[in-house]
Design a protein around this ligand. Structure first.
Ligand SMILES: [Zn+2]
Length: 384
């Protein structure tokens, strides 16, 4: 049963940016090594290649379903879907982070049949324009919160961005949406300190690379240890030169759930933010640390993501915040996680709203016995 929409009360002006064209980006086929340009299932000659939009882990379904849930439950009516200007980033904006040759290469391939922008960054015809639109929307969302037209914003951008390095697409990412948005804030808008919090289950290597020697951007990444890219994101990567101490990696072991992530926020992320005193916070919001995700081995529920969002937002309500969507590959779970985060962003009054039974994620109950937070449970039981 749908909740009564008139019951929904929010306390903040939250921008929500989605675009049909984001869903049209094609990231390849599920068969390993299958090049989208040639549809040549090199490594998968014995396995049936998938096709269509469901082809690869990174497909439009999770994003479309997240937007659908927000719409159908009525929350969309309480969000601002028109203030943030939807436009493609100009080449000069892409060049804030990426090399001209790389940008031209992606544009050229996109005009033909697409291909691989580097390492697991397959794309089809027309993806250059879609990726540029994703960047442009993140940049404009930053403009809107800096202008104080909105309190905060969520950009459901696709393709994702945090793996994209200066001259190389990686891990489904073509252009680094959040890094370009951060650099825009500094170079164009004169912001002095930008904090980027990245809780995608994979390490945000591209964002780290962009600001590794910079003290005006603090990059804080919570990720599963040594997942993707391999050997990236160790605790010892703390920045270099002027940037020493401004790169904070928190590689967690597999199996961490809400408790571990909550503790990580309290023990490392929030103290780091306090020390840095940012003027703008950007969040690389991946949902692939979710317990149903096919590409991660963490156990976070939608409530865990909700808690993290709450922590970052309530850190200082005067600081503008933009969430940029990253990974998350469970079409069943991502919508709930996204809804929870949007609830926190817009300050939904929850006392009289019940979007789904028991506040639990779909499919979560059978998994409760796998639960992860053993130490906390032991401490509770023994009063420690
Ligand atoms: Zn990811």
């Amino acid at each position: 049963m749908l909740p009564s929409r008139s019951n929904l009360k929010v306390s903040r002006r939250t921008g929500f940016v989605a675009d049909e064209r984001f869903y049209w980006h094609h990231a390849g086929f599920i068969t390993a090594g299958c090049d989208i340009a040639t549809f040549n299932p090199t490594d998968g000659e014995f396995i049936q290649p998938n096709s269509g939009s469901q082809g690869y882990f990174e497909n439009e379904s999770t994003k479309r379903r997240m937007a659908s849930l927000i719409d159908v439950c009525g929350l969309m009516e309480k969000l601002d879907t028109s203030t943030v200007k939807k436009r493609a980033a100009m080449k000069e904006e892409l060049m804030l982070i990426h090399g001209r040759d790389y940008i031209d290469k992606v544009e050229d391939m996109s005009r033909r049949n697409g291909g691989d922008a580097g390492d697991f960054a397959f794309f089809g015809p027309g993806s250059y324009e879609i990726a540029a639109l994703a960047v442009g929307c993140c940049v404009e969302a930053v403009n809107s919160v800096l202008d104080k037209v909105l309190d905060n914003a969520y950009v459901l951008c696709r393709p994702p961005g945090h793996h994209a390095e200066r001259d190389k697409g990686m891990g489904f990412c073509l252009f680094n949406n959040i890094a370009i948005a951060a650099e825009h804030a500094i170079k164009v808008r004169g912001v002095k300190r930008v904090a980027i919090v990245d809780w995608d289950v994979h390490h945000g290597n591209g964002t780290q690379q962009a600001f590794f020697e910079r003290s005006d951007v603090m990059f804080i990444s919570i990720h599963q240890d040594n997942l993707y890219p391999p050997s990236s994101g160790s605790v010892n990567e703390i920045g270099a030169g002027e940037g020493e101490g401004f790169n904070v990696n928190i590689p967690l072991p597999p199996g961490c759930g809400d408790g571990a992530y909550k503790r990580t926020m309290e023990a490392v992320v929030l103290p780091s933010l306090r020390k840095f005193d940012p003027e703008l916070i950007l969040v690389s919001c991946g949902f692939d640390a979710g317990f149903q995700d096919p590409l991660g081995c963490q156990m976070v529920t939608s409530l865990g993501f909700s808690q993290m969002a709450k922590d970052v937002i309530s850190f200082n309500l005067d600081i503008p915040i933009v969430f940029c969507h990253e990974g998350g590959y469970s079409p069943e779970h991502v919508p709930y996680c996204g809804l929870r985060v949007l609830e926190e962003l817009c300050g939904l009054e929850k006392s009289n709203v019940k979007f789904y039974d028991d506040g639990l994620d779909y499919g979560y109950q059978p998994c409760q016995t796998w639960q992860e937070d053993v130490l906390q449970r032991v401490r509770e039981l023994h009063g420690l």
